[in-house]
Design a protein around this ligand. Structure first.
Ligand SMILES: [Zn+2]
Length: 182
């Protein structure tokens, strides 16, 4: 008696790079009639590192409205005084949804940083190298992650003072980053 012949293994799928000329990608929602196309290259939603910001899309739209005004802010719970980061729709301590918005300090100091030298996220490839890091805000018990601009990453130092900056990422959405002081 011999063992039954094993089933032939399926050949491994062959990865073929897509031919960009063969089938153009489907138009994105921003190309719908009457809607201006985004000025920057389009990013697939799941690889888009910036959040959707409108009131229709997030209950934290006030955070982004304030970024447009040049203000970095977050929520605080009037009941227990807890300051949140990131901003919340409900207090993680007492679950109250009656939160107040407060402006955060405009300066901080670099607690840690690193540099993106390769493999930048989609849409940021042309900006390599750039620095990202953790910044301790002055006068608030918060340590924020963000990009640090204003100087080559190799010239940044731990403990160095930076200021908060808000900016339009190029498609109408706003975000914050840090800028090394001159
Ligand atoms: Zn609370």
């Amino acid at each position: 008696m011999s063992a039954p012949p094993s089933r032939p293994r399926r050949p491994a799928p062959t990865l073929v790079p897509p031919d960009p000329a063969a089938s153009p990608p489907a138009p994105a929602a921003s190309e719908a009639p009457g809607v201006a196309p985004r000025p920057r290259e389009k990013r697939p939603f799941l690889l888009d590192f910036f959040p959707l910001e409108s009131e229709k899309e997030t209950r934290l739209s006030r955070f982004y409205d304030r970024l447009r005004e040049g203000r970095l802010s977050s929520t605080r719970c009037p009941r227990d005084g807890e300051l949140h980061w990131p901003p919340r729709t409900a207090c993680p301590g007492c679950h109250s949804e009656e939160l107040e918005w407060i402006d955060l300090p405009e300066h901080g100091r670099i607690y840690a940083f690193s540099a993106v030298l390769a493999g930048a996220p989609l849409g940021m490839e042309s900006e390599v190298p750039f620095a990202v890091g953790l910044v301790d805000l002055e006068g608030a018990p918060l340590r924020l992650f963000g990009r640090i601009d204003g100087r080559p990453w190799s010239e940044l130092r731990l403990g160095e003072r930076v200021r908060v900056e808000t900016y339009d990422i190029g498609d109408g959405r706003w975000f914050y980053r840090f800028r090394a002081l001159p």
